[in-house]
Ligand binder design. Structure first.
Ligand SMILES: CC[C@@H](C(=O)O)C(=O)SCCNC(=O)CCNC(=O)[C@H](O)C(C)(C)COP(=O)(O)OP(=O)(O)OC[C@H]1O[C@@H](n2cnc3c(N)ncnc32)[C@H](O)[C@@H]1OP(=O)(O)O
Ligand SMILES: [Co+2]
Length: 132
């Protein structure tokens, strides 16, 4: 069901510093920050030849990454995003298999439907599925 690795997301409490590391030390192409209030994050994209890195900083009082950063104050890898042909069909199938789909399907950072799967059902890794 899953296809390409769309992005690897890294949570940070200092987005400017994380973006500078990727731009100035690692020599990557780094976007300007974008606020996504419906996701509770501000995001910077790092373009790599074969995938993207998504740098995430909490936005607002109820950010879904706030608790993660409390437990990991230095930041760290937050989720992997795989592409699927049909997010709704993927959600229905995974629910039928007993996996926990978190919340509702939303429009993600790339303007396409996304959903999240509970890390405890996937080897301790939070998974995002994005419609290809
Ligand atoms: C930029 C837009 C969009 C895109 O298009 O790319 C995004 O990527 S938005 C990214 C942010 N949005 C989300 O993460 C939405 C889905 N996430 C959630 O619903 C929650 O973060 C969560 C996964 C349910 C975790 O909730 P939280 O409040 O942090 O903690 P819990 O206590 O409920 O956690 C339970 C359990 O899971 C462990 N955990 C939490 N986050 C992660 C993680 N990222 N990776 C691995 N494990 C994680 C947490 O430590 C708890 O474990 P125990 O301590 O063992 O109980
Ligand atoms: Co993401």
């Amino acid at each position: 069901m899953i296809g390409r690795l769309n992005h690897v997301a890294i949570a940070t409490s200092d987005l400017a510093k994380a973006a500078a590391v990727y731009r100035d030390q690692l020599g990557a192409e780094v976007s300007a920050p974008v606020d996504l209030p419906e996701h509770g994050v501000t995001v910077v994209f790092v373009a790599l030849p074969n995938t993207k890195i998504e740098l995430l900083q909490p936005l607002g009082e109820h950010s879904p990454i706030a608790a993660f950063l409390e437990k990991n104050p230095s930041g760290g890898m937050h989720h992997l995003c795989y592409e699927v042909e049909d997010v709704e069909a993927a959600a229905a199938y995974l629910k039928s298999q007993g996996a926990r789909v978190l919340g509702e399907i939303k429009i993600g950072a790339h303007g396409k439907p996304v959903l999240f799967l509970h890390p405890k059902d996937f080897g301790g890794v939070l998974i995002e599925l994005e419609q290809a």
